[in-house]
Design a protein around this ligand. Structure first.
Ligand code: IMP
Ligand code: MG
Length: 183
């Protein structure tokens, strides 16, 4: 093994949710979404960058026509605490007028991101927003939002992997894990 590969996993203190368990849960979530979503093509909106791994794996399991758009938003600015403000980084937003949107994010933490994006989708005239997250932290949220589809409830701790980053790294870990404390 190369030294760089060693360092990559060595930073992880523990695996919280391993790959096989994620895959099994995504199978079930895809069925749930397919059964509960109104008839017609789904417009999935994937929040970048964190949700790209989750969305790619989930959406390929949904056996019906869907369109996929991405939205680049930022709320952390590189650290482990939410900054409190959600920035829309795209110049042009996806066309959502009259559509039922499936909004996908990696994790529901304070709730500010999902709230800000859902509000914006409604301002743009969408018919409904259904929300899906891989992870939801069990905590009091700054915004009253719930996700319609949740992969896993986790404790209130900072996690990485499966799309989630710390300072831009660890998104490609195939599991969700907790980093060793940096002292
Ligand atoms: P919220 O707006 O506070 O709900 O946070 C949502 C965004 O914060 C997510 O899209 C993530 O990018 C980021 N985030 C929240 N918790 C974590 C975490 O534990 N690890 C990595 N990113 C996180
Ligand atoms: Mg992030």
């Amino acid at each position: 093994m190369k030294a760089t590969e060693m360092g990559w996993r060595d930073d992880v203190e523990r695996v919280l949710i391993d790959e096989k368990i994620i895959e099994k849960r995504l199978d079930a979530m895809a069925v749930e979404i397919d059964q509960q979503f109104p008839a017609g093509p789904i417009l999935a909106i994937v929040l970048l960058k964190g949700a790209f791994v989750f969305a790619a794996d989930l959406l390929r399991r949904i056996p019906r026509p869907l369109e996929i758009e991405c939205l680049n938003v930022s709320s952390y600015h590189g650290g482990t605490e939410s900054s409190g403000s959600v920035k829309f980084l795209d110049h042009v937003l996806p066309e959502v007028r009259g559509r039922h949107v499936l909004l996908l994010d990696d994790i529901l933490d304070t709730g500010r991101t999902l709230k800000a994006v859902a509000d914006r989708m409604f301002e743009e005239g969408c018919a409904a927003v259904h929300t899906g997250v891989l992870l939801a932290k069990d905590k009091k949220r700054a915004e009253q939002v719930q996700a319609d589809y949740v992969g896993f409830e986790i404790g209130d701790e900072f996690v990485v992997g499966y799309g989630l980053d710390y300072k831009g790294r660890y998104r490609n870990l195939p599991f969700v894990g907790v980093l060793k404390p940096v002292d």
